[in-house]
Design a protein around this ligand. Structure first.
Ligand code: HEM
Length: 550
């Protein structure tokens, strides 16, 4: 008891010293540029010297917590591990501390899971216990305090949102309803890249392929959601939508706000950042509402009046659920917000990775083209042909293995204290599964750093991975698994296979003239793993493009 009290007092003193130091650094220059020298004890080096690892968190010893580095009071392990807690850093820490370890980040606990058996526990066996999502003040702004589906805690609200979203988005019927439209949008992109669009997209020096694919994917998703599309990359609504979404990703994914999340009293210094988030989100939601949701409300009202009510897109089903009192108008807005971030950007990053790897692996590219030519025999690639193209599917799987787009999955959280691998997990811990390391650990994969789709047809042939919908392989979880797994897998896999297949059937994908390869340096945010530099690719036609509609 005395020990605990002593530690609390000591932590309080450290915190006060820290706040004074930060205040000094941030505020003194503003109020008095020529202020008299401050006492030595208020300088940052002195502060750091004061905070020596002499007081180790006692609770790690008192309870059976997972292993981890020694932690300091107030800061925990934050000063040791830094802000950029990416999949590679966490994999190297797993080498030291094992399949489950604990980092204390100020007031937060971060539990990192890096073993297939323990991933099974978190995502499947104890899926309910670990099925919530941690909150922080930035995500509270972007989700209206959990009124969405992706970031809400596990419970009735989540169940309701998942049920309401499933029928219009996540069933095989939806795939069958929209596959013709997907093919149409992809054929337009192929035609543009082949020069039919007046040359804007077909340049001998290559194009930033992301720009055209982004338009294609926005059109696919907005046609599914709202039965509307963008005219071109210069369409003012397209420019606004993409700018709003990319600014939202930047603000939510930045490591800049960690300090206020880890050490609550420092939130004081985050006021400007949070104001920017709030301002953006208000304008962004107003944009979705005015240009898209409201239009569908009006179209439904007209249909109702004429007794010709027809639900023609996902939003119509969502609005019907709202009219039946199942969800609120705010929930409708946050469904649109979630689809804009969860569906579009993730799938786009995966497309960029697949194309970059195919440019850098011409033999894989030729083999894929041979498979396509052999199966299609001059016909256009359609969704119905995908099951007959195992190498194409292996290329998609290998891309998601090597460049897991959400390498740590979306963080999970246990509302109550739980057990994992024999350890006590404090309640409300942020629990991340290092899906990238599960899929790239040499202990479980042959030459994991190689891009080799053949592995899924050779030594991994028996792997009934989660993506196949069969027995789950917990080494391979690009979409997670269990209750909080990605429901969008049913759309994402055929979309990826179709776009990659159509591009390779129509073009030789080459690096820009004079360059041997495209740069595949990666860049990670709090969630995503994407290319640091968008690839410039030359699309050299192999045959005149075949359009599904022809
Ligand atoms: C290649 C593309 C995609 C990848 C790699 C991906 C991956 C993921 C991952 C890893 C999660 C979190 C799983 C977990 O926490 O255990 C997730 C959640 C989610 N994804 Fe995807 N996703 C993709 C595309 C999509 C698409 C196209 C949609 C919608 C049309 C979508 C909708 C969602 C939703 C709504 C959730 C939240 C599920 C929940 O919390 O219950 N995703 N996704």
């Amino acid at each position: 008891m005395a020990l605990a009290l002593g530690k609390t007092v000591f932590s309080g003193i450290l915190l006060a010293v820290f706040i004074l130091s930060v205040a000094k650094y941030l505020l003194l220059p503003l109020v008095s540029p020529s202020s008299s020298p401050t006492p030595a004890w208020l300088s940052l080096p002195a502060l750091l010297a004061l905070i020596i690892p002499s007081v180790v968190s006692g609770s790690r010893r008192l309870r059976n917590l997972p292993p981890g580095p020694l932690s300091l009071p107030v800061f925990g392990n934050w000063l040791q591990v830094g802000n950029d807690l990416n999949h590679r850093l966490l994999a190297s820490l797993a080498g030291k501390y094992g399949g489950v370890f604990l980092l204390r980040l100020g007031a937060r606990n971060l539990v990192v899971v890096s073993e297939p058996k323990l991933a099974t526990e978190v995502l499947h066996t104890q899926g309910v216990e670990f099925g919530s999502r941690p909150r922080n003040m930035v995500f509270d702004i972007f989700t209206g305090g959990g009124q969405d589906m992706v970031f809400t805690v596990y419970g009735d609200h989540w169940r309701k949102m998942r049920r309401v979203m499933t029928m219009p988005f996540f069933t095989n019927k939806v795939v069958q309803q929209y596959r013709g439209m997907w093919e149409e949008e992809m054929d337009l992109a192929v035609a543009d890249l082949g020069g039919a669009g007046g040359g804007e997209w077909a340049r001998p020096e290559g194009v930033v392929v992301r720009r055209r694919l982004q338009l294609m994917l926005y059109n696919v998703m907005y046609r599914m959601m709202f039965d509307t599309k963008f005219e071109s990359v210069r369409d003012p609504l397209f420019l606004q939508a993409t700018q709003f979404n990319s600014e939202r990703s930047r603000l939510a994914q930045s490591f800049e706000y960690n300090y206020g999340d880890f050490i609550p009293v420092l939130r004081l210094f985050l006021r400007g950042y949070l104001r920017r988030c709030r301002d953006l989100q208000t304008r962004r939601l107003a944009f979705f509402n005015a240009h898209y949701i409201q239009k569908r409300r009006e179209a439904l009202a007209v249909g109702e009046k004429n007794r010709q009510k027809k639900l023609s897109c996902a939003m119509d089903h969502i609005l019907e659920a709202e009219m039946n009192g199942e969800i609120s108008p705010e929930n409708v807005l946050y469904i649109v917000e979630n689809i804009n971030v969860a569906a579009i950007e993730t799938t786009l990053w995966s497309m960029e990775w697949a194309i970059a790897e195919l440019v850098n692996h011409p033999k894989v590219q030729s083999k894929l083209r041979r498979e396509l030519e052999g199966v299609l025999r001059g016909a256009a690639l359609t969704e119905a042909e995908l099951p007959r193209l195992p190498y194409l599917q292996a290329v998609v799987r290998e891309t998601l293995r090597l460049h897991t787009p959400i390498p740590l999955l979306v963080p999970h959280m246990n509302l109550e204290e739980a057990k994992l691998g024999g350890y006590d997990i404090p309640k409300e811990s942020k629990v991340v599964v290092n899906a990238w390391w599960l899929a790239n650990n040499p202990a479980w994969w042959k030459d994991p750093s190689e891009f080799r789709p053949e592995r899924f047809l050779e030594e991994e042939r028996e792997t009934e991975a989660a993506v196949a919908g069969g027995k789950v392989d917990f080494r391979y979880l690009p979409f997670g698994v269990g209750r909080r797994s990605c429901p969008g897998i049913i759309l994402a896999l055929p979309l990826l296979a179709l776009v990659v297949g159509k591009l390779v059937a129509a073009f030789r994908l080459l690096p820009p003239p004079g360059e041997g390869k495209v740069d595949v340096t990666e860049k990670g945010g709090q969630f995503s793993l994407h290319l640091a530099k968008h690839s410039v690719v030359v699309f050299q036609p192999v045959n005149p493009p075949k359009l599904s509609s022809s």
